[in-house]
Design a protein around this ligand. Structure first.
Ligand code: NDP
Ligand code: HSE
Length: 429
């Protein structure tokens, strides 16, 4: 057992960082035994130094994060500030000054993961980010290590705790969107700017990271088709219920059947109540991974929150410290293929379309003709009349997204169609 401690710099001491510091202190003896050397918190960089931080020695607190990572005696930097800058510059400087890095920053890894991995490799350092996707759930390591001998074809799941919390509250208690978002923010689940959660940017960043690792290719944030959940209404939930479904914000990454391309998308979708994802409540996340030999695997657990996320950070800290003592590095970037990312128009799935139409003879036939003209086959139609108007809900068979978009455009041009109330994909059947 080495007695000289490994020195850790903590960048950020908010929801996640404060829990990382707490666990490092309360579990110090176990961490020492598991790593084979003590770990010492050598500095904590924050924005507001005067804020009282329970359990943190004020002498360790600094606003000069750059000086901290440049000290030269830091073994591991934990970056839990978030955002692109200064996090990116600090991580790069950390590698240049001899430290390995553990980060929870999905926005940064999705945008600059390739460059950061290259810098880490150039300096012989580790870059670990288990906490960046799905909070406490071990997902990056199973994909990168346990499934390294298999071929992953699909990753599908709920990867944002805030939006799952909001959708769950809207569905189960009838809570309003803003009320549920405020509660998720108070519980520490939401990003500094919750737009990242509700507009699907956070889930898209996670999808880009997951697709890149799962398919060993480069998937950029811009490659991920993204729709947020701000337009999901109580009427959508009522409609979903009538179909025996609920609504979840899903991230879906797929290898095309021919194997030559991949897709990655984030959007709200109806899923049957019998599907395991339908029972994922509150800020929990769940991800299905389908691999050729392993079959279907499901990963489930807390997807956000200080302590759960800190658990994943600490797991990485132990791994990186062990590597350091063994004078080794862990697995790096594995994007050795260059599979094209197909556009959303090529994705094939089912759709639930809700239309407001005139309630008169021939309207249904007119609508059905538009679907037929675009090669979209109708599975079911439900009509509810009200004062000369009717609400028409059409559920389709599987069709390419481009065909559905063409259908909706043409429907909007019909005089008898007063409006397209909602369009939602139906998944998991
Ligand atoms: P918080 O906003 O709670 O904490 C951010 C911390 O960074 C604060 O301590 C803040 O200082 C500090 N900080 C901000 N700017 C600077 C700067 N320029 N220099 C030094 N310190 C700075 O964020 P979270 O803890 O929620 O999130 C941190 C990271 O973890 C993000 O990347 C997030 O996406 C990720 N993450 C978060 C999860 C969660 O459930 N919250 C789950 C999974 C990942 P001060 O305290 O003085 O304001
Ligand atoms: N804001 C994120 C979420 C934190 O709600 O899932 C976890 O990555």
């Amino acid at each position: 057992m080495r007695t000289r401690p490994l020195k850790v710099a903590l960048l950020g001491c908010g929801v996640v960082g404060s829990e990382v510091a707490r666990i490092m202190t309360t579990h110090a003896d176990d961490l020492t035994a598991r790593i084979g050397a003590p770990v010492e918190l050598a500095g904590v960089a924050v924005r507001r130094p005067s804020k009282v931080r329970a359990g943190i020695d004020p002498a360790l607190v600094t606003t000069d994060a750059t000086a901290l990572v440049k000290r030269g005696d830091i073994d591991v930097v934990i970056e839990v500030i978030g955002g692109i800058e200064p996090a990116r510059a600090l991580i790069t400087t950390a590698f240049e000054h001899g430290a390995s890095v553990v980060s929870a920053n999905k926005a940064l890894i999705a945008q600059d993961g390739a460059a950061l991995h290259a810098t880490a490799e150039q300096h012989g350092r580790d870059l670990y980010y288990e906490a960046a996707v799905a909070g406490a759930i071990p997902l990056i390591r199973p994909l990168r290590e346990s499934l390294a001998g298999d071929k992953v074809n699909r990753v599908l799941g709920i990867v944002n705790g805030t939006t799952n919390f909001i959708l769950d509250k809207m569905d189960s208690t009838g809570a309003g969107y803003q009320e549920a978002l405020d509660e998720a923010t108070a519980l520490g689940y939401a990003e500094a700017d919750p737009t990242a959660d509700v507009e699907g940017f956070d889930a898209a960043a996670k999808a880009a990271i997951l697709a890149g690792i799962a398919f060993h290719t480069r998937v950029r944030l811009d490659d991920v088709y993204r729709e947020g959940m701000t337009e999901v209404t109580a009427a959508d939930f009522a409609s979903a219920k009538r179909m025996g479904c609920t609504i979840k914000l899903l991230a879906i990454c797929e290898r095309a059947a021919h194997g030559g391309s991949v897709t990655a998308r984030v959007h709200p979708a109806m899923i049957p109540l019998s599907h395991p994802l339908a029972s994922v409540r509150e800020a929990y996340n769940a991800v299905f991974v389908e691999a050729e030999a392993a079959g279907q695997l499901m990963f489930y657990g807390p997807g956000a929150g200080g302590a759960p996320t800190a658990s994943a950070v600490l797991g990485d800290l132990v791994a990186v410290c062990r590597n350091k003592l063994g004078e080794a590095t862990g697995p790096g970037d594995s994007a050795y293929t260059q599979l094209p990312v197909s556009p959303m128009g090529e994705v094939v799935t089912r759709y639930h379309i809700s239309l407001d139409v005139a309630d008169k003879p021939g309207v249904l036939a007119q609508v059905a003709t538009v679907f037929a003209e675009h090669g979209v086959s109708i599975d079911t139609v439900r009509q509810t009349g009200k004062d000369g108007e009717a609400s028409l809900v059409v559920v389709t068979h599987r069709a390419p997204d481009a065909a559905l978009s063409g259908t909706v455009e043409a429907l909007r041009r019909l005089d008898t169609v007063r409006g397209v109330a909602s369009i939602m994909r139906v998944e998991g059947e």
